[in-house]
Design a binder for this molecule. Structure first.
Ligand SMILES: [Zn+2]
Length: 194
């Protein structure tokens, strides 16, 4: 799917957690996590040309977040607010007016989805957004949760498949099945079409 041919008024681009800690060398690295950056930059350029708003979620944990293994959670310490690991990947060409969406900020629970008690669905409704194009990290965790919540909110949700990578291949395959079953539209790259 070529971004410049599909983006139009009423769309939003939603980039999920493209942060240093989720890329190779980070605290919770996803294999080829940084490979999504080039693809997403193409979508960002197309979004800017089409006047489509860009949202960028970030895992933005307080120290001692309950998701950390040190606190009994499932994940190593990652994406602590204000650290280099929590910064967006330096090559991600976010426009100056990109809107950050902070999640994972609560002291009492984790938030995988960019829609989970962040108010994002209300924000998108206010701006007249009816379709979202989603990419980022990780496919089987936060991207999946975000896409499922978008669909549940009645927003037409498109997953940019080549702009995402999973924590595990099996998890990624299962995530694609779950998303498709929930009505999320999977956008394959042109090279993947038979
Ligand atoms: Zn997290």
């Amino acid at each position: 799917m070529e971004p410049e041919t599909v983006l139009r008024e009423g769309d939003a681009l939603l980039i999920v957690d493209v942060q240093n800690d989720f890329c190779p060398g980070g605290a919770l690295p996803i294999e080829e996590g940084d490979a999504v950056v080039t693809v997403l930059n193409g979508w960002i350029a197309a979004a800017r040309a089409a006047g489509v708003p860009v949202y960028a979620s970030r895992d933005w944990h307080p120290p001692n977040h309950p998701s950390f293994a040190t606190e009994g959670g499932p994940w190593p310490v990652h994406c602590v607010q204000g650290t280099e690991g929590a910064a967006f990947h330096p090559d991600l060409a976010l426009p100056a007016d990109a809107v950050p969406v902070a999640k994972g900020t609560r002291f009492d629970k984790d938030q995988y989805s960019a829609f989970d008690e962040t108010g994002l669905s209300a924000e998108l409704a206010r701006r007249g957004v009816r379709r979202v194009w989603i990419g980022g990290l990780a496919l089987d965790i936060c991207v999946k949760a975000t896409a499922l919540d978008a669909a549940a909110a009645g927003i037409e949700a498109h997953l940019i498949a080549d702009a995402s990578r999973p924590v595990t291949a099996e998890g990624g395959a299962e995530a694609l099945r779950e998303m498709a079953a929930a009505g999320v539209i999977l956008e394959e790259p042109p090279s993947a079409r038979g």
